[in-house]
Ligand binder design. Structure first.
Ligand SMILES: [Fe+2]
Length: 160
């Protein structure tokens, strides 16, 4: 006789579904940003090559680790994590960049994608806070911090 397992962690099912939905948007934006950063690591050219090639690698490596934390939080809330390009394109607020932009345009695209990911995380925060969901609140806080800091560092490259 099989017993259907139920989840009782103190967050009602409807709220868990809504939080997991918000985290799915964050996962899609994070994946899109990750891929954009890795793409630019491969294709960047010009006098800033070494700086940007190395900087982009540090950024996509950190982002790759974060994808797993976001997806596994969705699973811990009892919902399936999206994991296909098709779903990510549908869920992401960030648009993919066509072709190979010049280095300064790559930086501008990344600033905008970092800011968009921070906004997606921040938009979800009030619901998570109201639900008393500390692990998700902690994860969102860490992601907002990283994306805002990285956006500042990238923005600084474009300033005199
Ligand atoms: Fe590489």
């Amino acid at each position: 006789m099989s017993k259907k397992s139920t989840i009782n962690i103190g967050i009602p099912e409807g709220v868990r579904i809504k939080i997991a939905g918000g985290l799915s948007h964050l996962l899609a934006d994070s994946y899109t940003l990750y891929l954009m950063t890795h793409n630019f690591h491969w294709n960047v050219k010009g006098p800033m090559f070494n700086t940007l090639h190395v900087m982009f690698m540090q950024q996509y490596t950190e982002q790759w680790t974060a994808l797993d934390l976001i997806a596994e939080r969705i699973r811990a809330l009892g919902l399936p994590a999206p994991g296909t390009y098709k779903e990510f394109v549908k869920l992401a607020s960030i648009k993919e960049v066509e072709g190979v932009p010049k280095a300064t345009d790559m930086i501008q695209h990344l600033v905008e994608a970092q800011e968009a990911t921070a906004r997606t995380a921040r938009d979800l925060f009030p619901m998570v806070n109201d639900a008393n969901d500390q692990p998700t609140a902690d994860l969102l806080t860490q992601r907002i911090d990283v994306h805002e800091k990285t956006a500042w560092m990238l923005r600084s490259l474009l300033e005199e």
